[in-house]
Design a protein around this ligand. Structure first.
Ligand code: ADP
Ligand code: ADP
Length: 220
């Protein structure tokens, strides 16, 4: 599903995001990317989404070499990927329903299908009853669940998350990780950048450890 071959990313200011990074993630895997702040976790996720381009080396997503994608192909790539952010980036002047519907509206899904898909996604994260509320009225954990519903509403084959539990207490964090495991169980490939080592240690998944943009360890 994802292959990095000798990927380097140097930012215009000279900072080295990734340094000759190679790894392979198979379809259906659930993988944590860990390492200290500045290790290159976000850079890795941005390269998968084509939000950044490698300085050298190659990135493959679903068999496609991202080098061959032009700017017109990138929306198509993003439609196959769901992304969850730490600060969930919800629109606070829209209801829960409208927030989750956004990716479907953007890709032109028919109206009746939008309602059905949004409710299926909200059901999976346990928020079906809160569809007409505004995010401000929800707890931090619930807001993150809305972010997850929005990331999966278009049924992506690949789900990426950047520090999805960064602002949550340990109990809520474990619940959120459980949701990711649910999606992984139905076949979604899941990649989560997190430096929450105690939480990751409780879960039984592959872990790629980065340090200064290099792969320090790869294992359980
Ligand atoms: P992490 O997510 O593990 O904290 P990042 O991928 O954000 O790591 O950062 C890796 C390195 O790349 C750091 O040295 C950081 O300062 C640098 N970096 C990240 N994004 C940018 C950017 N947009 N411009 C310049 N340097 C950046
Ligand atoms: P429908 O296919 O009728 O829209 P659902 O949205 O409930 O119904 O999903 C049908 C099946 O697909 C369920 O087993 C569900 O868990 C699974 N599923 C949900 N999200 C994804 C996803 N992102 N990728 C793959 N399968 C998914």
């Amino acid at each position: 599903m994802i292959r990095f071959e000798q990927v380097c990313k140097r930012y215009p200011n000279g900072h080295q995001g990734l340094d000759h990074l190679s790894f392979h993630i198979r379809t259906g895997e659930m993988v944590f990317i860990t390492g200290h702040s500045g290790a290159g976790k976000s850079t890795l996720l941005k390269l998968i989404m084509c939000m950044e381009r490698p300085s050298s080396g190659q990135v493959f997503v679903g068999g496609q070499n991202l080098r061959d994608l032009g700017s017109h192909d990138i929306p198509y790539l993003r439609r196959q990927v769901g992304v969850v952010f730490q600060n969930h980036q919800l629109l606070f002047d829209r209801t829960v329903f409208d927030n989750v519907a956004l990716p479907l509206i953007i890709n032109g899904t028919p109206r009746d299908e939008v309602g059905r898909r949004v409710r299926a996604a909200l059901d999976k994260v346990g928020l079906l009853k809160k569809e007409s509320m505004y995010p401000i009225a929800l707890s931090g954990g619930e807001q993150q669940r809305v972010g997850i519903a929005r990331a999966v509403v278009h049924k992506p084959a690949l789900l990426l998350a950047d520090e999805p539990t960064g602002n949550l207490d340990p109990e809520l964090s474990a619940e959120i990780m459980g949701l990711f495991e649910d999606f992984n169980r139905v076949g979604v490939t899941v990649i989560i950048a997190s430096h929450d080592l105690p939480l990751i240690a409780e879960l039984d998944h592959r872990m790629l450890t980065l340090s200064e943009g290099r792969l320090l360890a790869d294992g359980e």
